[in-house]
Design a protein around this ligand. Structure first.
Ligand SMILES: Cc1cc2nc3c(=O)[nH]c(=O)nc-3n(C[C@H](O)[C@H](O)[C@H](O)COP(=O)(O)OP(=O)(O)OC[C@H]3O[C@@H](n4cnc5c(N)ncnc54)[C@H](O)[C@@H]3O)c2cc1C
Length: 413
């Protein structure tokens, strides 16, 4: 059933009882032409583009929990494409462009809100860095500009301009903003299901069967599934899955936390981050303030929050916006993110001939979901990397061709 004004009216008049299920819950088949492991945004987008762009239909997405229950449903929903290196700029900007029409393409409201992404500038050194970045972005055809302290004060009326780290201006990407995160997972799931993709939840991939070094089947908590093409998009558990397939990845897994306040009236129209503290804030359409900071520098698969992070994020948020001090915190959670040495993703061929990987997005892969899915689908369907994915191949670590966005773009998200 299409989501449109006519159907909304029709269902409204009949008590909303006639909406059909957005996707099926089929039993796993014994064989698929391709299996995607991980039902987050990247895995679901991969399945959709495999079906939509490459005409493959006999595909399954295997998710050990529920779709969008990993980092895709746990992130702070920020999107932007202000990365510095040409290869990153091309890929993240491609993702943002796909996001700009995704609601229409999937017939699903992903609540894209291009309200502007502001990175505060606190000192001369950061101003130089921001100028450098804005010039790079222009060379790469990506929008981004420096605005003055006065303009920042006008845009963010509650911001303390002279707190611990005084505000000297900001870097602004107007096309940056937020998207409802679980709508991205649900939208891709519904569209993929419509094209015949089987989305199988509660299906943990526990091992692989191989012949002559190639995968012939995956063993899951719901039985054996034969396949000759495997795509993996399991974020913080990529290292665990790789070990099951017989290889290692240059990744470390860390806990990253976020939190929301109680809902309040609209008071923050943009997304704002302070490089002084690493803390960033946006306000949801429901009125909650979404806040996050830097990751735990301790390696862990423990997907839970801790009080020191709450304290750090809240004190920094209140330092930026003193009026927030009377608000109550409503919820707090964590996800496990996968960090590469150069803070860029790993895309394409794995050391196993018929297994392709999409991982290493770290703290900033939500904004890249359409591109990550598109590029992984290309690798699975054609056996070769898309030219946009070539710089992000696993072999860059062996060949010393790092795309060091950790140094260039700084804090991700
Ligand atoms: C608190 C927080 C804030 C963030 N904020 C932002 C932000 O503002 N902007 C941004 O761009 N990015 C942000 N990120 C990062 C972003 O969320 C991730 O990079 C992105 O969601 C990764 O998507 P994914 O589909 O690869 O992974 P996930 O959504 O984590 O999906 C992977 C799935 O694989 C499943 N899985 C794992 N192992 C197996 C197995 N063996 N068998 C079957 N299934 C398996 C998991 O259950 C999971 O559902 C944030 C992350 C966190 C945790």
């Amino acid at each position: 059933m299409n989501y449109n004004a006519f159907n909304l009216l029709r269902q409204g008049l009949s008590g909303h009882k006639g909406w059909t299920q957005a996707w099926r819950s089929p039993e796993p088949k014994s064989q698929y032409d391709a299996v995607i492991i991980g039902g987050g945004g990247h895995g679901l987008a991969t399945a959709y583009y495999l079906a939509h762009e490459h005409g493959m239909r006999n595909i399954a997405v295997l998710e050990k929990g529920w779709i969008g229950g990993g980092n895709t449903g746990r992130n702070t929903t920020n999107v932007r494409s202000d990365y510095m290196f040409p290869e990153s700029a091309a890929m993240y900007n491609f993702a943002l462009k796909l996001y700009e029409t995704l609601g229409k393409d999937l017939n699903y409201n992903i609540m894209l809100s291009q309200r502007g992404w502001l990175t505060l500038i606190h000192d001369q050194h950061q101003l130089e860095g921001a100028r450098h970045k804005a010039n790079w972005l222009q060379c790469n055809g990506v929008d981004g500009q420096i605005i003055s302290a006065g303009q920042v004060a006008d845009m963010l009326p509650g911001l303390a301009m002279n707190s611990r780290f005084p505000v000297r201006g900001a870097f602004l990407q107007k096309r940056g903003g937020t998207i409802r995160h679980d709508a991205v997972a649900w939208g891709y799931a519904r569209a993929a299901d419509k094209l015949g993709v089987d989305i199988i939840q509660n299906c943990d991939v526990q091992g692989f069967e191989k012949t002559d070094g190639k995968i012939t089947a995956v063993n899951t908590s719901r039985g054996r599934i034969a396949t000759h093409r495997v795509g993996a998009a399991v974020a913080g558990h990529s290292g665990v899955l790789a070990e099951k397939a017989g290889f290692r990845l240059p990744l470390t897994s860390h806990c990253l936390q976020a939190m929301v306040s109680e809902p309040v009236k609209p008071l923050l129209d943009h997304v704002v981050i302070s490089p002084g503290t690493g803390v960033y804030i946006n306000q949801t359409q429901k009125g909650e303030l979404v806040m996050g900071g830097v990751l735990d520098l301790y390696h862990s698969y423990g997907q839970r929050g801790n009080f020191p992070t709450i304290e750090k994020v809240i004190t920094s948020a209140v330092e930026m916006f003193p009026t927030f001090s009377q608000m109550r915190l409503m919820r707090h959670w964590a996800g496990i993110v996968d960090i590469t040495p150069d803070s860029s993703p790993i895309l394409g061929q794995s050391p196993v001939e018929n297994m392709y990987i999409n991982c290493g997005w770290g703290t900033g892969g939500f904004k890249a979901i359409p591109a990550g899915g598109y590029l992984l689908a290309h690798s699975i369907a054609t056996g070769t990397p898309h030219e946009m994915a070539v710089p992000f191949g696993l072999n860059r670590f062996r060949e010393n061709r790092l795309v060091d966005e950790g140094a260039a773009a700084g804090i991700a998200h």
